[in-house]
Design a protein around this ligand. Structure first.
Ligand SMILES: Nc1nc2c(c(=O)[nH]1)N[C@H]1C(S)=C(S)[C@@H](COP(=O)(O)OP(=O)(O)OC[C@H]3O[C@@H](n4cnc5c(N)ncnc54)[C@H](O)[C@@H]3O)O[C@H]1N2
Ligand code: MOO
Length: 440
């Protein structure tokens, strides 16, 4: 992997949101395809055209529980003048041996069972006396309780056209047809089709394995006792959940203390199961900014442009960011800022599209919309930085939720959109049309 970190920008260059995103998306390539079991391929992108090896249905079969008959035998039948036919046996779904239906005969047939030779149509059981010699019945009795239903005579009360209630061989798809084309995303209906044509596996781009590492000596695992100056680690949970939501197989690594050697060792250990590494915290300008310390000078020895580049973005929240690659496989790494809202917003804007690029998905971005800002007063925004405020969106309107502080986790939990305030806008009046990112 090479990164645009080598572009001639200089350490003081303030990257725009779009430049950083472009760097990420032009660097990260879709994962190599593999053959996966059908259910493991759910949500993945198919990379081959799949042809239909056999027609569906594979044979003419009944769409109703009823009687397989010859058309001429039931012509003009009515309840008053029923056609009386000899029942030659049962045809259940899965039956391999089929008794032919001759003139004056019928076979009792179940939904999905093959149409026996000689039969031309199926009359539903409700159009007959079910072999009981009385009026129309509503169904059949279980074979185990009434085996005599497979013999004797049946009175048919209505005529049937040729092929009535018969599902023709190949009426769904024909052998040689294209079942699914390369590029299809395998949702449940597509998985149904692959299974129906007998395919147990599919060649797809796999879900990326994403390892999330949070950093900070102040962080404590939820459910444990908080000591003085400590807080619970929420970022690793938020980002692992977000990675899963984006389609990844995500692994959460508990918070690593602010020690560069410990962090380097942890990342090295984790590389074996990572297609993408995400860290949070330690990328700012403090004396304990461990991610920067641990990774800033770790390059990919054998590839120019490797290593992690730390940069400032013209964005709020999410100003400090790191991006690059590490380890022998040049595993891409995004280092997100530690403030909880900053890390989440950064994930939405950069990591989610990266995950979806790795999956080969055509649509890597969240949908956006235009909405009318509902607010009591104007919203302020820092000049020169693209601001992403949290909002609640409904029916073409968006309301700001909480303020712009990057620590406001509770407000984030009540938002379903990000309000985008452009770099050159310092104040947004109520009633203004704004762009929103819909978080789904
Ligand atoms: N002098 C300056 N200070 C700061 C600047 C700056 O430009 N000059 N930038 C600020 C901005 S903007 C951000 S964003 C943060 C980013 O800092 P780090 O990425 O180094 O993050 P930390 O210092 O480790 O943590 C920041 C904040 O977030 C809390 N945190 C960290 N990890 C977690 C977690 N897993 N779960 C919950 N909360 C977490 C941490 O306790 C801090 O409060 O830097 C500003 N400073
Ligand atoms: O840019 Mo920081 O990410 O605002 O809080």
């Amino acid at each position: 992997m090479s990164t645009a970190a080598t572009r001639p920008t200089g350490p003081d260059h303030l990257w725009s949101v779009d430049e950083h995103l472009e760097d990420v998306l032009t660097t990260i390539r879709p994962l190599d395809p593999i053959e996966l079991q059908l259910l493991d391929a759910q949500g993945c992108v198919l990379v081959e055209d799949v042809m239909v090896p056999l027609s569906l249905p594979p044979f003419d079969n009944s769409s109703m529980d009823g009687y397989a008959v010859r058309v001429a035998d039931v012509a003009g039948a009515s309840e008053e003048f029923p056609a009386v036919l000899e029942v030659v046996g049962d045809v259940a779904a899965g039956a391999a041996e089929l008794t032919p239906v001759g003139p004056g005969q019928a076979a009792r047939i179940m939904t999905g069972a093959p149409l026996p030779p000689g039969a031309e149509a199926v009359v539903p059981v409700e159009w007959t006396d079910g072999g009981l010699g009385e009026g129309p019945v509503t169904g059949m009795r279980a074979r185990s309780l009434a085996p005599e239903g497979a013999e004797g005579h049946v009175r048919v009360h209505r005529p049937a056209e040729a092929r009535a209630h018969v599902r023709a061989r190949g009426s769904d798809v024909k052998a040689g047809d294209l079942a699914l084309e390369a590029g299809t995303i395998l949702g449940p209906p597509q998985i149904a089709l692959l299974a129906a044509i007998g395919r147990g596996t599919a060649r797809v781009r796999p879900r990326p394995r994403v390892v999330v590492v949070s950093t900070g000596s102040e962080l404590v695992q939820p459910d444990e006792e908080l000591g003085s100056g400590q807080i619970y680690d929420s970022n690793s949970f938020a980002l692992t959940a977000a990675a899963r939501d984006a389609g990844a197989i995500a692994y959460r690594v508990g918070a690593v203390v602010d020690d560069a050697d410990t962090l380097r060792a942890t990342i090295e250990d984790q590389l074996v199961r990572a297609d993408l590494m995400v860290t949070t915290g330690g990328v700012s300008v403090g004396a304990y900014d461990v991610v920067k310390e641990a990774l800033a000078h770790v390059g990919d020895a054998d590839e120019a442009g490797g290593g992690v580049d730390f940069r400032k973005l013209a964005m709020q929240p999410g100003k400090p960011q790191g991006f690059g690659s590490i380890g022998p496989d040049h595993t891409p790494l995004l280092a997100l800022p530690g403030n909880p809202v900053s890390s989440y917003v950064s994930f939405e804007l950069f990591v989610r599209p990266a995950i979806r690029t790795l999956m080969g998905l055509p649509d890597v971005h969240r949908p956006r919309a235009t909405a009318t800002l509902r607010a009591d007063r104007a919203l302020g925004s820092p000049k020169g930085r693209r601001q992403f405020l949290r909002g609640a969106y409904a029916d073409g309107e968006v309301t700001a939720v909480g303020g712009s502080g990057s620590h406001l986790i509770a407000a984030l939990a009540h938002a379903d959109a990000l309000i985008v305030v452009p770099e050159d806008t310092e104040s947004v009046e109520p009633g203004t049309e704004v762009e929103v990112v819909l978080l789904g």
